[in-house]
Design a protein around this ligand. Structure first.
Ligand code: MN
Length: 317
């Protein structure tokens, strides 16, 4: 998915100043953002109160939307640099195409992991014969300086490890949880998991004290460390935990996102993650001149134009 905002704000992120060393429960409310003509997504990161959780730097939650008889998701070809994108679905399908020639339908609880590295372009669309409901999340992971110029890549993992017990079932999307490790390539100590809680479940999930965490409500209403969490919000949990208490009175699901606090300062603008203004400017110029990102074949319709850069230079803080 893309940031389709035509006046994308500059997000200066990273650095440890905002990281809470102790466990906290900070509620982050979603902003509603239009995506294309008919879709509205809930943006949880970056958020006014918090820009990153570990290397996670962008989180959109969308649906469940009834797209019967409609085109559904239609995100034209657009570029990325310096990040990985994670496509995660609870309902429906997304057809991914990229400038490496990848053509992949991503289905519920399968991982579509695209490493932009130095440069990639992709499109995402609901296939023509799509399901009635579309429900999922689009997430970005910032690449550390040592790896952000890596070669672009796309991975699809239909089989992911599970952790289960006492009404809790978790799929490990990235990183490792309770001894189960995702096959997805990572570049920083990070974890992403999809956690399902059956009605009446009370569980404690083992977590890493050195990681900061957040939980995003996908459906139902779960209690995360005693805090009731429903879709439209995410809770930032800070660092310093060894386990996370979870309970639910109704069938619920959430995404647990965590990682070692990302120490590098980054600049995020439109679909690019960089370190300074000139780099973002160069990526934008290359995209607009049709160089540097390759071609996405097979998408019906024009590619996305980059919005104008803001008049004042982008600065990491
Ligand atoms: Mn994208």
């Amino acid at each position: 998915m893309s940031n389709l905002d035509m006046k994308p704000p500059v997000a200066a992120c990273g650095g440890r100043a905002d990281v809470t060393a102790e466990p906290v429960r900070e509620v982050l409310e979603a902003r509603h953002m239009p995506l294309g003509e008919s879709t509205v997504v809930r943006r949880l990161l970056p958020n006014l109160g918090r820009r990153m959780v570990g290397a996670w730097c962008f989180v959109d939650h969308y649906g469940p939307d009834d797209i019967a008889g409609e085109p559904g998701m239609q995100v034209p070809p657009h570029p990325h640099t310096g990040l990985q994108t994670v496509s995660w679905l609870h309902e429906g399908e997304v057809l991914h195409r990229d400038s490496l020639g990848s053509l992949q339908t991503v289905r519920p609880r399968e991982l579509g992991l695209m490493t932009a590295g130095r440069a990639i372009a992709h499109s995402e669309e609901s296939p023509r014969d799509h399901s009635r409901l579309l429900h999922g999340a689009q997430l970005w992971v910032a690449l550390p300086d040592a790896h952000r110029a890596t070669a672009p890549a796309f991975e699809h993992h239909a089989e992911l490890p599970h952790v289960a017990g006492g009404g809790l079932s978790a799929t490990v999307i990235l990183g490792e949880l309770a001894g189960a490790a995702s096959p997805g390539t990572t570049y920083t100590p990070i974890v992403g998991a999809d956690v399902t809680l059956a009605a009446g479940t009370e569980a404690r999930l083992p977590v890493e004290p050195d990681y900061e965490y957040a939980a995003l409500a996908m459906s139902g209403e779960a209690e995360v460390d005693g805090l009731r969490l429903a879709p439209e919000s995410m809770v930032y949990l800070g660092c310093g935990r060894t386990e996370l208490p979870l309970r639910a009175d109704v069938d619920s699901s959430l995404m647990l996102l965590g990682g070692e606090p990302f120490a590098e300062r980054i600049v995020m603008w439109w679909n690019f993650v960089g370190r300074h203004h000139d780099e973002i400017d160069r990526a934008r110029t290359e995209w607009m001149s049709g160089t540097g990102f390759g071609e996405v074949h097979g998408y019906e319709g024009p590619r996305l134009e980059a919005p104008p850069l803001p008049p004042t230079p982008l600065k990491p803080r």
